[in-house]
Design a protein around this ligand. Structure first.
Ligand code: OAD
Length: 252
């Protein structure tokens, strides 16, 4: 594919004081983790979200819900960061300030080495008790479904389900960063799930330039200043390679 990066975009990144990247499942697709809305093999093409990703589903059938999350967790355990994750680490180093806001629950950005990650939809790697609220990292395979806390309560993955509020601090930080940035990237997200999808609109309303990286159009495409069509694992490395390190001597 042709990964030519517009010069105006490179200039905008070099002069940007603050860059925000919102990532979605498309960024982890090249690590072998299915997206949600691919027509054939996305999670929601094979399963109904209302059976697996709502508080009501968990209340009805906690064993099925936790088994499904454990299956996904084991898939993520085998997955490695791909060139898109690694290029975003480089972006953090080459731009003055970068905030990475992710809807992904796999922690592959952190595994690649990104420092400034905001997890909007929680993570599969932490589970919490619905009775006492204790939340802790869970790296070992689960044995019991549903898993139980020492207090006897049911444990659930610390992800955001449909109908639930997003983590308050992460959401506040995401809105703040979207409103403050000069360049906003939407990468590998279908941009249909709110409030994450709203962040691009917030950024634009506050004057940021919008860049979309995706294999196909989304509701953001017509609003974007630059649309880079292609796989994130190809486009992002080309983009960071084209960027020069910023001039650290310039006053902020
Ligand atoms: P989606 O599955 O909705 O969208 C994935 C996007 O990635 C699509 O726009 C694809 O075109 C694009 N894509 C696929 N492969 C790509 C690649 N190699 N490079 C670039 N783009 C690629 O996933 P999200 O937008 O992340 O929430 O979904 C948002 C939320 O909806 C998820 O966090 C999840 C889901 O239901 C919950 O579970 C609450």
């Amino acid at each position: 594919m042709n990964c030519s990066i517009p010069n105006e975009l490179l200039e905008a990144l070099r002069s940007a004081r603050f860059v925000v990247a919102l990532t979605g499942a498309g960024v982890s697709a090249e690590s072998g983790i299915p997206t949600f809305r691919e027509p054939m093999d996305g999670w929601w093409a094979r399963f109904r979200p209302e059976d697996l990703a709502t508080p009501e589903a968990f209340a009805r059938d906690p064993a099925t819900v936790t088994r499904w999350y454990e299956w996904r967790r084991q898939l993520c355990a085998k997955a490695k960061p791909n060139p898109a994750h690694r290029a975003l680490v480089q972006l953090e180093r080459r731009c003055r300030r970068v905030s990475l806001i992710t809807q992904n629950v796999d922690r592959l950005h952190q595994a690649a080495g990104s420092q400034n990650v905001v997890e909007l939809h929680g993570t599969l790697w932490e589970w919490r008790c619905v009775r006492c609220g204790q939340q802790r990292e869970e790296r070992q395979p689960l044995r019991d479904f549903p898993p139980l806390c020492s207090c006897g309560g049911l444990r659930r993955p610390a992800v955001v389900w449909f109908g639930e509020a997003l983590p308050e601090a992460a959401l506040a930080r995401a809105y703040h960063d979207a409103a403050a940035c000069d360049v906003f990237f939407a990468i590998g997200t279908s941009a249909v799930v709110w409030p994450a999808a709203e962040l691009a609109h917030v950024a634009r309303q506050h004057g940021a330039r919008l860049v979309e990286i995706n294999v196909r159009p989304t509701p953001l495409t017509s609003l974007a200043d630059w649309v880079l069509t292609g796989r994130a694992g190809e486009v992002l490395p080309a983009l960071v390679a084209a960027l020069q390190p910023p001039d650290r001597e310039q006053p902020f």
